[in-house]
Design a protein around this ligand. Structure first.
Ligand SMILES: [Zn+2]
Ligand SMILES: [Zn+2]
Length: 307
């Protein structure tokens, strides 16, 4: 089981010559989910050769422009490409109105259905997208406007079966194998009962990715990141500007590292860098003092999550 996390933009608030605005694509077996859609996100998708495959859902954290203003453009492009598959758009209450206020989008001319999943202020935890293989859950995080973080989680798969041993026990391939994998007891034609014990290995947990921006360090972020293989956490400022970070509802790199450490995460990527840092090295250095397995997210790099 493997999926890829591909940052499209690692800047905050305003783009720079080297940084785009927030957006991160997660791809798994040709299907993808986009987290945030700052202005320019669709250009980054094109530049990265990431437009093939099915985009199932777009999850917007909050209604600040640097996370949102690429959405109408991307949806328009999907329409011009004559997409017909339904699209899920997740975001704070009001996101549907934002989209409907767009002159080009207010009529029902889209050739596909959009299912809006709006998160209401005060919500605690919600599964916002699910297919056969993954779930995406949302939790509130703590920014200066209502904001949600997300966790992309592969579903647990059944343990693998010892085929030779199962056949020797008289179990047939097909539905009997499948029943054993579900840890059910199989009754053979002669009445013998075969249990999965010793024939089926332990369940195989899937990988998890946490998307935590924009926020001050908070409990919601820690819960999203709990035991995650990869955490993308905002790190707008260095320690020197910790007071400013708190004032404007952002985190320092060290605080992001503390969240990853406290959550028992595997790996941390920092993102959402203030334009004042032309090089993210000082942010990474501060974070590594707390959580060594930290890097600065790079635009269009492909970070693999494998379990
Ligand atoms: Zn932002
Ligand atoms: Zn913001």
């Amino acid at each position: 089981m493997v999926f890829e996390v591909i940052p499209l933009g690692v800047g905050s608030a305003i783009p720079t010559r080297t940084r785009h605005l927030a957006g991160t694509l997660v791809r798994r077996e040709g299907r993808s989910v986009l987290f945030d859609c700052g202005e320019g996100s669709q250009l980054q998708l094109v530049r990265g050769g990431l437009t093939r495959g099915a985009l199932d859902a777009i999850c917007i954290t909050h209604l600040h422009g640097d996370h949102l203003y690429g959405l109408p453009g991307l949806v328009t492009t999907l329409a011009l490409l004559e997409r017909t598959d339904p699209l899920t758009i997740v975001g704070p209450e009001g996101i549907r109105d934002v989209m409907r206020a767009m002159p080009g989008l207010k009529n029902d001319w889209l050739p596909f259905d959009v299912a809006y999943r709006e998160l209401a202020e005060g919500f605690e935890h919600q599964v916002v997208f699910e297919d056969d293989h993954v779930t995406v859950e949302a939790r509130p995080i703590d920014h200066r406007v209502f904001c949600a973080g997300f966790r992309y989680q592969e579903k647990t798969r059944p343990g693998s079966i010892d085929g030779d041993a199962a056949r020797a026990a008289g179990v047939s391939e097909g539905w009997q194998f499948e029943a054993l994998k579900r840890r059910e007891t199989v009754t053979l034609d002669d009445g013998t009962e075969v249990t999965p014990d010793g024939l089926v290995g332990p369940e195989r947990p899937g990988g998890a990715f946490a998307y935590v921006l924009d926020t001050v360090p908070c409990e919601g972020g820690r819960q999203l990141a709990a035991g995650a293989d990869l955490v993308l956490h905002e790190a707008t400022f260095t320690d020197e500007h910790a007071e400013r970070a708190a004032e404007v509802g952002h985190s320092t790199a060290r605080q992001a590292a503390e969240v990853a450490r406290d959550a028992g995460a595997e790996r941390l990527l920092l993102t959402h860098f203030s334009a004042r840092y032309s090089d993210p090295a000082p942010l990474v250095a501060e974070a590594r003092e707390v959580f060594p397995n930290t890097d600065a997210a790079e635009e269009l790099a492909r970070y693999e999550v494998r379990r």
